[in-house]
Design a binder for this molecule. Structure first.
Ligand code: ZN
Length: 273
């Protein structure tokens, strides 16, 4: 029984044994960016980490210590935002996961809660599969949250109830419902979110103020720790179930990755050790 699912909280022998038992790693991906006056700047990476840990418990995996930062030029007009360039973010992602592949990790689940990371993560996921032999799935956990809780939380909005719930379940002290003010107009915000989230057309927006002039909009005042705990459990269960089924399919159609094989480099390392 592992004392933690967080890679950085374990010892070397614990990690070595776990990689032999089930070589699955989960990389939380998020950002550090302004989230209005009521939520911490690390809301996105916080959500990815806590959901990642719950998924790791259900899938018997380890949560990697990825960078808390993401690609978020849209939020740069506001203090509280730190943004990496897509190239830096892609490289950090690839190098973080590729080194675990060298030690025996074969399955990689990238669990993302920040839309600005999606293009860079897609390139990184390709490289981790084609050059490092990992079986890779990326899940946009924020969209899973929207599918499950959008109807009861006034949608997935920047700084809204879904984001408040993700933090509140674990760290209610970081959520300041008493400081909620200046939510931008809901009708305009939803219209703009719809515009940027269609599958066929991807407009490029300069900054968040074109969606929400105050930097955020939504209904976080309805968030409770109890609802947050339920939401995290539901999201983690949905992701664990779906990801396990997809990894099984990948094993079937792509022998040579995942459980059925390892990249040549890993085989070589094992022979010499
Ligand atoms: Zn967010």
């Amino acid at each position: 029984m592992l004392p933690s699912r967080y890679f950085a909280e374990l010892t070397q022998p614990e990690i070595a044994a776990q990689f032999k038992k089930h070589p699955l790693v989960i990389l939380p991906a998020g950002s550090v960016e302004q989230h209005g006056p009521h939520l911490p700047t690390g809301t996105d990476i916080f959500a990815a980490n806590v959901i990642g840990h719950r998924v790791a418990e259900r899938m018997d995996g380890l949560v990697l210590p990825g960078t808390p930062l993401g690609v978020t030029p849209m939020h740069m007009p506001f203090e509280g935002t730190i943004s990496l360039t897509p190239d830096t973010y892609m490289r950090v992602t690839i190098e973080t996961c590729a080194t675990t592949a060298q030690h025996g990790a074969k399955y990689l689940l990238i669990l993302n809660w920040h839309e600005g990371n999606i293009p860079s993560l897609a390139i990184a996921a390709e490289a981790l599969h084609r050059q490092h032999g990992m079986a890779v799935i990326t899940v946009q956990a924020c969209y899973v949250a929207e599918e499950l809780y959008g109807a009861s939380c006034n949608g997935l909005t920047h700084g809204g109830e879904i984001e408040a719930l993700a933090v509140m379940a674990q760290r209610p002290d970081l959520v300041h419902l008493d400081r909620i003010e200046h939510s931008s107009d809901h009708t305009h915000g939803h219209k703009m979110d719809k515009l940027r989230r269609t599958r066929s057309y991807q407009p490029v927006l300069t900054d968040i103020r074109s969606i929400a002039p105050s930097g955020w909009f939504g209904s976080p005042q309805h968030a409770t720790a109890e609802k947050g705990t339920r939401m995290l459990a539901d999201i983690a269960q949905a992701i664990a179930t779906e990801a396990a089924a997809i990894f099984r399919q990948l094993d079937t159609v792509q022998p040579g990755t995942g459980a059925t094989g390892a990249p040549a480099e890993i085989k070589h390392l094992r022979q010499v050790s």
